[in-house]
Design a binder for this molecule. Structure first.
Ligand code: ADP
Ligand code: MG
Length: 239
């Protein structure tokens, strides 16, 4: 039941560095699972492998029972939002949101109508003809979110989408992301190094260290019963 997304034995090496060291993870449909761990533990690499932006050395990735590892990124039904807003600077907001739909040959009228819906969802209808550089960081991330949802992915990958933002905007967008995720029932892997963010957003948290998941559980479980000193220190419940 718990295996809409199923990762088994994911391994990835860069030169001599074993960056992912046998990652196993199952995510249920509609669940928001957070990968929480210190900088350099392999979180982004894991997301990039799932999205098809990096090649695995070993292991398998199944999404809705379909093996993804040999598929190109565009055939994976996976949307991704990065820490630094990776919007196309020379395209307007609506052109950014419509980009993936256009690549997939969707008709202009359908594209425009879906784009309007998405911009309404992230509350940016009035910015549709602006260019990314004239938007705030928070607004750019909302465009990135709309763009990643445009092609109706089966899985959403969010790589520290809030870390570059100011505290207040971060909290607002955090709540907005959770609301949208719930409403769409979007299966989501959320990456962060911020414990508070993980505790507030997640259905389930996986603590990562040195290329492995060292403990997983509900936010309450991890906060009140960390199994290792590393997890305890990392959850801030160590004293
Ligand atoms: P995190 O997102 O948890 O901070 P990363 O997945 O970005 O960690 O990186 C994990 C490790 O892999 C780091 O030591 C990083 O330097 C290394 N790494 C990531 N990408 C590459 C790459 N393209 N080439 C070489 N080393 C890399
Ligand atoms: Mg990272």
């Amino acid at each position: 039941m718990n295996d809409y997304l199923k990762l088994q034995g994911i391994r990835k090496r860069f030169g001599d560095a074993q960056v992912l060291n046998g990652v196993d993870l199952s995510v249920a449909e509609g669940e928001l699972v957070t990968l929480l761990g210190p900088s350099g533990c392999g979180k982004s690499t894991l997301l990039r492998c799932i999205a098809g932006l990096a090649e695995l050395d070993g292991g398998s990735i199944e999404l809705e029972r379909r093996e993804l590892t040999s598929l190109p990124p565009r055939s994976r039904d996976v949307g991704m939002v990065f820490q630094s807003y990776a919007l196309f600077p020379n395209l307007t907001v609506s052109q950014n949101v419509e980009y993936g739909m256009r690549m997939r040959g969707m008709a202009p009228a359908a594209r425009r109508s879906r784009c309007r819906e998405l911009l309404a969802m992230v509350d940016l209808e009035d910015k549709r003809d602006m260019y990314p550089q004239s938007l705030s960081g928070g607004q750019q991330q909302r465009v990135a979110l709309a763009r990643s949802l445009a092609v109706q992915p089966k899985l959403l990958l969010l790589d520290e989408p809030l870390s570059a933002l100011d505290a207040k905007i971060r909290k607002n967008l955090r709540a907005e992301i959770r609301q949208i995720q719930r409403r769409l029932g979007m299966t989501t892997l959320f990456v962060t190094h911020d414990q508070e963010e993980a505790l507030i957003l997640s259905d389930r948290i996986c603590i990562m260290n040195q290329g492995r998941i060292v403990q997983e559980g509900s936010p309450e479980q991890l906060y009140t019963a960390p199994r290792t000193e590393f997890a305890a220190r990392f959850m801030g419940s160590y004293n």
